[in-house]
Ligand binder design. Structure first.
Ligand SMILES: Cc1cc2nc3c(=O)[nH]c(=O)nc-3n(C[C@H](O)[C@H](O)[C@H](O)COP(=O)(O)OP(=O)(O)OC[C@H]3O[C@@H](n4cnc5c(N)ncnc54)[C@H](O)[C@@H]3O)c2cc1C
Length: 394
């Protein structure tokens, strides 16, 4: 059920989808809603890719085309242009994950730098994005996070990680593009947070160029935000934060149980929702010091932001506030918000089919496990199909 009328307009939501694309999306979400199918499908796909079976074509015409913009940045151009006609910006996300070598980290860096070049020429692309572990070994982030000292060789390796972060942030500042830095597992996050704060201190002197991510399913993040605020005020830089709920909940809880420490995750969904909304309120209360990118598909949280902006007489298109959704999901939020003049950007993942599989699997699992999410997409698609049919009949 759609909880706020503003998000109900399916004509606006799906204006960019042809009838055939609407049917494909419906079929896809119908498949994803069947949990055993996702489980079997995921295992079979992983196996087929490892065994080099020719499944890429099938993946491409189904999940890949729905959730990704293409294999390279040029493939994404038609999507970027079409969305921007409706006021929705794009964040090109090179979604290759799980790489561990220096060569691959440098390749990821080159990719992000190239995206900034690409974005420089396009108003439709105000942000670049990267994952911390795309630029350095998970192990190093984890070791630093534990407060352990690095060996000489590891220190040199870490220097390179810092240089990669710096190269992106510095180029972003030169070109007036903002950078969203994703958050990952809590046991690597401290080292990343320290590094991102360093980047904010250096590059957020006039406005927020560098954005870190706060996963509000972590019960310590509101306090962290407040501490960062104090630090930023003291040292005179702007904060940029992408607010999300968090994508690694099962993994976090399982690890905490296995290693016998208290889970960093809020005790239930309601607590996460409250925590997220409190962070929204805090950020909007202190908008002179910070910029917010709300990465969410949650209608209540999106509505809360609109409501708070209205109450505080903040313009819909205030450049310090952005709404973000993932390509292929929650178009009813993105396009309806954009039609009312809010700043909206969608993450468009791209990359070779087999390399974006972890991302695609997360989306499939998320849409299976997040109660109501798939049902909601299916209801909206059905409503739009009916609306079009009625329009045809008239
Ligand atoms: C633009 C964008 C960027 C993103 N970037 C990141 C990122 O950098 N890092 C990252 O981790 N995720 C990221 N995500 C994913 C995000 O964290 C969520 O997994 C996803 O958006 C679903 O949450 P939601 O706010 O849309 O709302 P909902 O669908 O209302 O909430 C689902 C979320 O609530 C939380 N939750 C569910 N059940 C419980 C429970 N029992 N107890 C406690 N909490 C619970 C979980 O976080 C779950 O994902 C991003 C999402 C978007 C849209």
């Amino acid at each position: 059920m759609i909880t706020h009328p503003i998000f109900e307009n399916t004509k606006v939501a799906f204006a960019l989808k042809s009838d055939a694309e609407l049917e494909r999306a419906y079929f896809l979400f119908k498949m994803i809603s069947i949990q055993p199918l996702v489980k079997i499908g995921t295992a079979a796909t992983n196996f087929a890719i490892k065994a080099s079976l020719p499944v890429e074509g099938l993946i491409r015409v189904t999940v890949f085309n729905h959730f990704c913009g293409g294999v390279n940045e040029k493939d994404c151009l038609p999507v970027i242009d079409k969305m921007y006609e409706k006021g929705v910006s794009s964040v090109l996300d090179y979604s290759v994950e799980g790489k561990e070598s220096e060569f691959e980290f440098d390749a990821a860096l080159e990719k992000v730098l190239k995206i900034i070049d690409f974005a420089r020429e396009r108003e439709a692309m105000p942000f670049a994005v990267f994952k911390p572990t795309g630029f350095g070994r998970f192990y190093l982030f984890e070791k630093l996070g534990k407060g352990e000292s690095l060996t000489e060789a590891e220190s040199e390796e870490w220097q390179k990680v810092e240089q990669r972060f710096d190269a992106v942030c510095s180029k972003a500042k030169e070109n007036d593009i903002s950078v969203l830095i994703d958050a990952e597992e809590s046991w690597m996050q401290d080292a990343s947070d320290n590094l991102v704060t360093k980047m904010m201190r250096k590059y957020n002197t006039e406005k927020a160029i560098v954005f870190n991510t706060l996963q509000m399913y972590r019960h310590d993040r509101l306090q962290f935000l407040k501490e960062q605020h104090e630090l930023a005020k003291r040292e005179g830089f702007y904060l940029g934060y992408k607010l999300v709920r968090g994508a690694y909940m099962e993994k976090e809880n399982e690890r905490a149980e296995k290693l016998n420490y208290p889970t960093p995750i809020c005790k239930n969904k309601f607590a996460t929702d409250t925590n997220f909304d409190n962070a929204v309120k805090y950020m909007l209360e202190h908008l002179n010091d910070m910029y917010m990118f709300a990465g969410t598909h949650n209608e209540d949280s999106s509505y809360l932001i609109m409501q708070q902006m209205h109450e505080k007489a903040i313009a819909n298109n205030d450049s310090r506030i952005w709404f973000g959704q993932l390509y292929g999901m929650s178009d009813h939020i993105s396009f309806n918000l954009a039609s009312k003049g809010y700043n909206v950007a969608k993450y468009i993942p791209f990359g070779p089919v087999k390399d974006v599989m972890p991302y695609l699997i997360r989306r499939a699992e998320e849409n299976t496990s997040v109660a109501g999410q798939t049902g909601r997409e299916l209801n909206l698609l059905t409503k739009e199909k009916k609306r079009r049919k009625l329009e045809e009949d008239i």
